[in-house]
Design a binder for this molecule. Sequence first.
Ligand SMILES: NC(=O)c1ccc[n+]([C@@H]2O[C@H](COP(=O)([O-])OP(=O)(O)OC[C@H]3O[C@@H](n4cnc5c(N)ncnc54)[C@H](OP(=O)(O)O)[C@@H]3O)[C@@H](O)[C@H]2O)c1
Length: 365
Amino acid sequence: MVHKIFIVGGTGAQGMPIVKSLVSDKKYHCRILTRDTTSPRAQELLALGNVELVSGTFANESDLRNGYRGCDGAFVNIDGFNTGEKTETYWAIRAYELALEEEIKFFVYGNLDYGYQLGGYDPKYRCGHYDGKGRMGEWVLFQNQKNQGRMHAALFTTGPYIDMVIGQRTPMMPYVDADGVVTWAVPLGQGAVPHVCLQDCGVYVRWLFENPDEANGINLEVAIEHVAYEELARAFEKVSGHPARFVDVDLDTYWGSKRGIAATADRVSGYNSDAKDAAAMTVRQNFTGFWNLWKNSGGNKGVVRRDYALLDRIHPNRVRSVEEWFRQEEERGLAAGKGSLWERVQEENIRPVLKIAEDGFKGRL
Ligand SMILES: NC(=O)c1ccc[n+]([C@@H]2O[C@H](COP(=O)([O-])OP(=O)(O)OC[C@H]3O[C@@H](n4cnc5c(N)ncnc54)[C@H](OP(=O)(O)O)[C@@H]3O)[C@@H](O)[C@H]2O)c1
């Protein structure tokens, strides 16, 4: 069993609920790597207790060594939207190797589906922030076959956070049309997105650390359910009491809309990657592959799948439907003074989900 866990990405949308879950009963101590120990998110985590902040970057060997030293567990979510795919690959390798060097006992790699491989290497599925993690996830599990006597490892594979369906500057940012209808105009067709509940990530990652024998060598792939967007709109209507709709658009219409991430279609995906590097992808190239993945994953029968029976066993109280998540989020939003779901999707109120968006897509490598 591990006690002290080094966290990369702890101040992020994914990391915050994971840290909160790990320290909730003071069973674990978390050491969080951050480029800014004074940020509100870092300070919020520090105030939880059993949390230590260390200043540094995952793109530096001595920062990683210092972070791992004295810890016995690690959760590493490398921000591919900072690095771009090529640089993420290098630091994922070094993060794993340095964890071995520093005698970590259980290494959890924050992963995404290897969509290009799952789609039979069809280039329409190339998505740098998915493949950049997914292929390194396979590498970690391969290395683990040799190294598991020294350090156990597991993958924690997530997917698009459900919060992004009501978030600003996301791939699935909604808008309210002139008739007051909440609208998701995205290139999804009959497909479905295996959206992830962030609160549940805390429970899943804790389970990995608490079940080291069963968890060693596994790829824990999580989601609420495969969400078709007709169903998303119906669930929003039921919970909010306001009309909602899904409009299926083609990719050109989506990118031409200039809404959400389409506003930055020509920017490089990975704010510190070099746009002139032949390995770099634009936001448009990257998220075209992203949407093609979901368009071909309808009904949990396509490219990206989940084992929901396994998730029910690991987390019996998990959020199982988008409607359930909307109900909980309506209550959470009202309790936190953010307003109702209906108020929160209005143009003047809509807020980012990711730290990177709060920070204006900038910061050091
Ligand atoms: N958006 C989604 O739906 C989604 C879903 C699943 C997975 N992901 C993946 O998750 C990763 C991003 O995490 P997130 O979703 O939690 O995003 P986020 O809210 O934007 O958080 C980014 C995190 O990365 C940390 N970070 C960035 N650059 C760093 C560096 N050089 N050294 C150390 N820490 C650094 C930030 O810490 P500081 O700013 O405090 O240094 C922060 O904790 C991406 O690779 C993305 O592909 C995203």
